[in-house]
Design a protein around this ligand. Structure first.
Ligand code: 2PG
Ligand code: MG
Length: 431
């Protein structure tokens, strides 16, 4: 038995930021170390994601996780007990094999990701290092460029507007601390603007202001105004990042913009986004077209990939093979990295490595259903992803992640290096 042998795996039900049940797993090792992780949950999910297994039935809207927990406390615990927690690859291979399905549907992606991450935490604790440091294995790391939501939309705001995330990015900041300071000013200014306009109606799922707008462009104009109000310059200090999450309103090359009461085909969709790129200082666009529109991704990237980060989320679902295929045919230049889309830590890292090998931007990302779990803050730094997307600048399940990065930044002292522009896969004309 190695020093870091797993002696106990325990799953329990906890609750996420939407008040829904989710899976927490706690792992104990023979040397006394332990680790814990909570599965997040998406609302705008890609069809190729690891399956978030729910019980169905009437309790909690069918979203209970008793089946997943039974798997953790039964088969999973039995299979992992006695294994070396520091061999993450073997742990994850065991989980994948035990599940035996292509989409993690038997044990549940939620059970698997929480277990995989809990083992990782335990192994880091056994090595007496913070998780980010354990993951970095002595390689240099950068503090991530944050993408922070100001207005929520799409599936996170009852589809009040079509676009899901209206975010800001501050690659010109000199540090992670300063990027948060600039963002905090923009978030405040946006709230004040909404209040003055009589449009302040609380926040959406990820903490961005509720999008009480007449059209998507209204949100963009208000965001520009908010940036300008802070005294920071749009396009110089603060850029815009959008998650269109187009799979939510597009299929078979048809995109229905509910707010504007019109349907666009792929070319019209690309033209509309192109006009936004001309009008606003947009640094990043995620899922500009739907996951069933590979040609659309390619055409969009061919047209705009040299001046903008173009991220695949639903389209790539944190899958190394899909990332490699997208790189080979020039479909994107960045990949969103969500551990619960991949299933295990090892598969998540493989997708990130594939992204880096292709010269892609790599963005570790939270889900819209989150918790106090801060694992992704550590992954983004330890794996030197360069970017981190966590939702907005309010609500503690979001702030927990930003604040954890601040602690790590402080602990690095003079060694702290902010990724800034180096994280983005293009050079802006204004730079
Ligand atoms: C996304 C995420 C986070 P969800 O689409 O990128 O914004 O949303 O977790 O609902 O998939
Ligand atoms: Mg997305």
């Amino acid at each position: 038995m190695s020093d870091a042998s797993i002696i106990e795996v325990h799953g329990r039900r906890v609750w996420d930021s939407r008040g829904r049940p989710t899976v927490e797993v706690e792992v104990k090792l023979s040397n006394g170390a332990g680790g814990r992780a909570i599965a997040p949950a998406g609302a705008s999910t890609g069809s190729g994601e690891a399956l978030d297994l729910r019980d169905g039935g009437t309790a909690f809207g069918g979203l209970d996780v008793k089946n997943s927990l039974a798997k953790v406390n039964g088969e999973i615990a039995k299979a992992l007990e006695g294994l070396d927690a520091s061999d993450q690859t073997a742990i994850d291979a065991t989980l994948v094999e035990l599940d035996g399905t292509p989409n993690r549907g038997r044990l549940g992606g939620n059970a698997i990701v929480a277990t995989s991450l809990a083992v990782l935490h335990a192994a880091a604790a056994a090595s007496r290092q913070p998780l980010w440091s354990y993951l970095s294995e002595g390689r240099p790391v950068r503090l991530p460029l944050p993408e922070i939501q100001i207005f929520g939309g799409g599936a996170h705001a009852a589809r009040r507007v079509d676009v899901q995330d209206f975010m800001v990015m501050c690659p010109a900041a000199s540090s992670f601390t300063e990027a948060l300071e600039w963002t905090a000013e923009v978030y405040r200014a946006a709230g004040a603007l909404m209040k003055r306009a009589g449009k302040l109606q609380g926040v959406a799922d990820e903490g961005g202001y509720w999008p009480a707008f007449d059209c998507n462009e209204d949100a963009l104009d208000t965001l520009m105004e908010a940036i300008a109000e802070t005294g920071l310059q749009p396009g110089k200090h603060v850029g815009i990042s959008l998650d269109i999450a187009a799979s939510e309103f597009g299929r078979d090359g048809q995109y229905t913009l509910a707010l504007d009461s019109r349907t666009l085909d792929t070319d019209q969709m690309i033209s509309m986004l192109g006009r936004w790129l001309e009008t606003y200082p947009i640094y990043s666009i995620e899922d500009p077209v739907a996951e069933d529109d590979p040609e659309g991704f390619r055409n969009f990237t061919q047209a705009y990939g040299s001046r903008c980060q173009i991220i695949g989320d639903d389209f790539l679902v944190t899958d190394a093979a899909r990332v490699q295929a997208a790189a080979a045919n020039g479909s994107l230049n960045a990949v969103l990295i969500k551990p619960n889309q991949a299933g295990t830590v090892t598969e998540t890292l493989n997708a990130l490595k594939a992204g880096k090998a292709a010269g892609f931007g790599t963005i570790v990302s939270a889900r819209s259903g989150e918790s106090e779990d801060v694992s992704i803050a550590h992954l983004s730094i330890g794996w030197d992803a360069g970017q981190l997307k966590v939702g907005s600048f309010s609500r503690s399940e979001r702030m927990a992640k930003w604040n954890e990065v601040l602690r790590i930044e402080e602990s690095l002292g003079a060694r702290a290096q902010f990724s800034g522009w180096s994280a983005l896969p293009f050079t802006p004309a204004s730079k």
